[in-house]
Ligand binder design. Sequence first.
Ligand code: IDP
Length: 139
Amino acid sequence: MEKTLVLVKPDGVNKGLCGEIIGRFEKRGLKIAGLKMLQMSRELAQRHYGEHEGKPFFNGLVNFITSGPLVAIVVQGENAVPVVRAMMGATNPVDSAPGTIRGDFALTIDSNIIHGSDSAASAEREIGIFFTAGEIYNR
Ligand code: IDP
């Protein structure tokens, strides 16, 4: 079964949306295979968002993602990567359809509530940043 990494970003945690987001995945039939709360260090954030290094929003993104605790979740299920991406909605909440997580709970691109891996290869890399093999429970 495919796995993907979800982060409820610090703004999502502050807004009290962890339960709502986890509930949506569970009701869809996806399984929680790993779960933890942590505050990312700048070094971890720079590794996680390495593909965006050098872009004008990179420093703001690192400041935001390290600003408070986040919840990291390994979500498992058939086609977990594209299903989670579809449930998240477009990166820019202006374009996120109502009914998606960003379409229901976010307004701006620099504060868009949730991260989900964009491919199976990204998922494997990103899960390895946040979880050891012993912290993942195949469901
Ligand atoms: P994704 O989160 O939908 O996968 P990415 O393109 O990987 O989108 O961007 C990662 C994160 O970087 C976004 O979720 C958003 O928080 C932030 N971001 C992306 N593009 C911009 C931008 O143009 N301005 C500000 N923040 C951005």
